[in-house]
Design a protein around this ligand. Sequence first.
Ligand code: UDP
Length: 312
Amino acid sequence: MRAVITGGAGFLGSHLCDYLIESGWDVLSIDNLVTGSEGNAAHLIKHPHFRMIRHDVSQYIDVPGPIDYVLHFASPASPVDYLKLPIQTLKVGALGTHNSLGLALAKSARYLLASTSECYGDPQISPQPETYWGHVNPIGPRGVYDEAKRFAEAMVMAYHRFHGVDTRIVRIFNTYGPRMRLNDGRALPNFIYQAIRGEPITVYGDGHQTRSFCYVSDLIEGIYGLMNSDEHEPVNIGNPQEITILEFAERVRTLVGSDVPIVFKPLPQDDPRQRCPDISKAKRLLGWQPKVNLDEGLQLTLKFFRQRIAAE
Ligand code: UDP
């Protein structure tokens, strides 16, 4: 089996490369390295079944030879990144999805889109089931990501219905683990970095907004289950253990063993008040549910960040 993974040098893409290589697949990673890094796949570079090319998938994608699966993971994914790269984010979600679907169609390959809980925007119901259509501000600063992914889902369903491409859509909720970028601006890297460096932890707003954090190995197992299922409509993959951002900051601070203060900063525009996946569909269809609890996952991630910071 041969897979093409766009965004294979990113946080999730590189873990997916690892998982497929370990499962005996041949993997071609395509990444323009705008937010990804070659270092994420450096350990695979000499592997006989792995290859990495640098290319922007918003441009035509040319891959010689047969392909069994196209997995579209390329996109800036942290709010700070997509605010800095709004046009690239829109392009990779729209044109990159179109090009990668075109590749799947040409090769008669199966296809999986990495979509997002951001499709639900600032949700008015919680937890969010896949049947919820969302509450998104199309013209706000997060709209570049949210709408690109919503367009991407529409495009995937059109390729499925019109061209008969065998497609899957995973809606990924907040995920964390080794290989997150220290400076990607998300809550976890920020909190760990600040606590380790003895700087105040920055909580945005009053910290009562919630998120639900999934450890990366659980996410990848859920995605692999979906790849092998027959479901064409979106499936949520995430950890339903919901926590406020203030509690999360306190957990991280305790774990690091630090006593830095928590300071409150303005809440970014359209920051979702709550986010929690309803994973009953994934449980029912894939027999999947997360296994790693927050404390275990945070320990593993903290170890990675300590090594990174020591190497700086
Ligand atoms: N956040 C925070 N302090 C930070 C970074 C983020 O309080 O230094 C908040 C952010 O406003 C949001 C939550 O943490 O409410 C999660 O933010 P993140 O950027 O990790 O991802 P999001 O879930 O918003 O995509």
